[in-house]
Write a protein that binds this ligand. Structure first.
Ligand SMILES: C[S@@+](CC[C@H](N)C(=O)[O-])C[C@H]1O[C@@H](n2cnc3c(N)ncnc32)[C@H](O)[C@@H]1O
Length: 246
């Protein structure tokens, strides 16, 4: 089994990745982001939607929303979140490596570092090609992750996150293969037990991800430093790459 296929990883570490505080800040950024300002009724795919932090605010902004994820427990959480918010959202369990819906969407989003998971770099390119196929002419793909330049600024600092129930998560990052890939080791300490997990994914500089978009067939490729549409520079916390299907 590949690390990303382990449902228990996403569920066990959900309190750090999908906290109520993050849900609140995502709702704010979706409501106001110029990068997420599409015509009413736009067909938006959230690829690797997880428990749906983006789904509900995207639906609230008036879009026709679909979420795709490989993890059944994450999709169940997404279903519950949409039900609570009375948001109508289509949910599909599928692998991003194989999911395509030819010309079915105006926008494909892949956010919060949900890209670069496959060991074979051609498979990661295939995810971009799948997204290109799933877009109608003029449609756009946005990928949001931590750029290599940003990561280089803070990697090596030990990180610990305290959770409301008294447990905590310690994170260690290890650069692999001459900065091609990153392994993130997490340890969740709860009471007298500890649970560890390792995630390995490709790292991309802005130029590398830009060029991968171009190879996949995208035009008008641009890089941003956040959902506020700011430039990707030395102050950025995220790298967002956007490309258009002509
Ligand atoms: C870091 S989480 C991000 C979730 C969500 N985008 C967010 O902003 O909270 C990554 C998600 O990708 C899903 N995932 C991992 N590998 C996948 C694959 N091969 N195909 C589809 N989904 C996948 C996981 O189940 C998880 O929900």
């Amino acid at each position: 089994m590949q690390w990303y296929e382990d449902d228990s990883l996403w569920s066990d570490f959900a309190p750090t990745m999908f906290s109520p505080e993050r849900a609140e800040s995502v709702a704010g950024l979706v409501a106001t982001s110029p990068l997420l300002d599409f015509p009413p009724g736009s067909r938006v795919l959230d690829l690797c939607c997880g428990p749906g932090l983006f789904l509900v605010p995207l639906a609230a902004r008036g879009y026709d929303v679909t979420g795709v994820d490989l993890s059944a427990p994450m999709l169940e959480r997404a279903r519950e979140a949409c039900e609570r918010a009375d948001a109508e959202v289509r949910l599909v369990r599928e692998d991003m490596l194989t999911y395509t819906a030819p010309e079915a969407f105006d926008v494909v989003l892949n956010v919060f570092t949900s890209f670069g998971y496959f060991d074979d770099p051609d498979d990661n390119l295939r995810v971009l090609r799948n997204a290109w196929e799933s877009l109608a002419s003029g449609g756009q793909l946005l990928v949001d992750l931590m750029g290599k330049e940003v990561l280089a600024g803070w990697i090596g600092r030990p990180q610990a996150v305290d959770l409301p129930d008294g447990s905590y998560v310690v994170q260690r990052d290890v650069v692999l293969d001459s900065w091609r890939r990153l392994r993130t080791d997490w340890t969740l300490v709860r009471g007298d037990s500890a649970r560890t997990a390792s995630l390995t994914s490709y790292l991309y500089s802005a130029a590398e991800l830009h060029d991968l978009f171009v190879t996949a067939g995208f035009a008008d490729v641009e890089c941003f430093g956040g959902f506020d549409g700011s430039a990707y520079d030395n102050h950025s916390r995220r790298l967002i790459v956007r490309g258009r299907r002509k």
